[in-house]
Design a binder for this molecule. Sequence first.
Ligand code: ATP
Length: 360
Amino acid sequence: MQTYDITTIDGDGIGPEVCQATVAVLREACGSRLRFQAHAGGASHYARTGAVLPEDTYAACRQSHAILHGAAGLPGITYADGTEVGNDLHLQLRFRLDLFANVRPVKLYRGVQSPLRDWQPGQIDYVIVRENTEGLYASRGAGVNLRGELATDTLVVTRKGVERVARFAFELARQRNGAPRDGRRRVTCCDKANILRSYAFFRAVFDEVGAGFADVERDHAYADAITVHMLKKPDFYDVIVAENMFGDIISDLGAGTVGGLGIAASAELGEHHGLFQGAHGSAPDIAGQNLASPVATILSGALMLRWLGGRHADAELLSAATRVEQAVQAVLAAGETVPHDLGGTATCTAMTAAICRQLG
Ligand code: ATP
């Protein structure tokens, strides 16, 4: 029976709480088939040692089957240029492990009230695929600050980068059941092709790739307009693909429409590696108080099981992925154990215990 090595990095703020919660749930779901090995990293580790991603942690990430991360970053811990140290942990992993597709499901679960009036579970169910290694964030650490008078960053779009993330999005649409509104498989390209050449190029390459997927509808939306569409017709969307920064922004908006950051899962995938963490940051305002919702990280753990199960043709892991997601759904739908961010009083440990009980 194959076992899988999972490198965990707790990180900062609520990171340790939500990461350990997820380890407990995954152990309950998979028993000894997952072997967890904890490694250091993050902003507080940087403050102590000068390394946000120690080389032994990176080596473990590279060698293991998957990486599970809590969250990293603390407001006061910044580089000399003013940027936050903590983000560098997952940015380095993204770039060094070439995790080009950041998958962020936006799904309204039973028991969760959307701030959008009248939308019911089943009517909001789409996935944002954020290009994760190029775009505006490719410039991180390489922009120019001239004499403290002028600062520039460059938006990078390559043919290979768009081709692979667009292909990923179309292939993902093929595995789904289409948009809730009409059941049509659809990939929407989110850009500003009307203003910038880089985005016009992004769209042109997206269209070239999409031409090879005749069974999936091609759709386009400007990044500003899509923020309105996501509020007014969320049921129209199936898969949305976007440049790095736009994807970052619209996935927080999408999360807001289905309950907030505490429920928003994320998977960062490349050809050979996968990093799984909630879409939220380290939320230092609620850290160490047992107030964080572990749901986003636990659902990211379910994405990890599905990804591993698919890669290794492991039916048991695929079924464990479904069981974890169903356990989360059942707890939310029952409405007895509700996390603070969704208006309840359940602690991080109480949510975790309820999900484990549901699995047991
Ligand atoms: P980053 O830029 O690193 O993604 P951020 O600055 O966007 O981080 P977060 O750390 O994601 O901010 O937190 C924003 C707010 O959302 C927090 O103040 C917290 O109240 C809430 N929040 C985030 N994650 C959770 C969670 N898992 N459970 C409950 N509340 C959360």
